[in-house]
Design a protein around this ligand. Structure first.
Ligand code: CUA
Length: 196
């Protein structure tokens, strides 16, 4: 650094300018307008969060359910012969899946459209994600935890169920098939759920 006194004075002035109190800062009228717009948006978002939380009961997942990923095959719920689609005694439909490199097991599921389906998914090894494109069926599957989500598929059709968290070399090939059928064909194919 030079010892020139003029340069030193200039530096001191610059520092003083930089440390000017906020009250002395000039705020342009247009800038002020945008500050109000930004504050208004923040207020709007907070209002939406409070409204959906209190009036609509939309909450982040609150329950934390743990499971031993290495012993899934011995667990009551995720043993191999318990996996798949099951109609509960109360008529609700539950789908139990294991995510493991590289697939979701069972590899194919068949479910009805237009009725809430509860998915319960556990990973047998590493972090996976489960996602059915064009629907809101998507969640992470973290080893050691059970992921639960309930959703309704509005339209019959065949959907791929993909892994959307990188889990290894076979990640790109990790997918299973979801067949969503109409209520009529569901009842025809599953007499035990007819009349419900
Ligand atoms: Cu499983 Cu990517």
């Amino acid at each position: 650094m030079s010892n020139d006194p003029n340069q030193k004075r200039k530096l001191a002035d610059d520092v003083r300018d930089l440390m000017a109190l906020p009250g002395e800062v000039h705020v342009d009228a247009l800038e002020k307008k945008w500050i109000f717009v930004a504050l208004g948006l923040m207020g709007l978002f907070v209002t939406i969060i409070l409204y959906t939380g209190f009036a609509k009961h939309v909450h982040p997942p609150g329950e934390m359910e743990t499971i031993d990923s290495a012993r899934l095959h011995l667990s009551a719920e995720f043993a191999e012969d318990r996996l798949g689609v099951a109609t509960q005694p109360d008529g609700r439909i539950k789908v139990t899946l294991v995510a493991a490199r590289y697939g979701f097991y069972p590899r194919e599921i068949r479910i009805p459209a237009g009725q809430p389906i509860t998915f319960r998914v556990a990973s047998a090894d590493v972090l996976h994600g489960i996602h059915v494109p064009m629907t809101n069926m998507a969640t992470m599957v973290v080893p050691g935890y059970v992921s639960t989500l309930t959703t309704t598929f509005p339209k019959p059709g065949e959907y791929p169920m993909l892994c959307n968290e990188y889990c290894g070399m076979g990640h790109d090939h990790m997918w299973s098939k979801v067949t969503v059928v109409s209520q009529e064909s569901w009842r025809a194919g599953n007499p035990q759920s007819a009349g419900r």
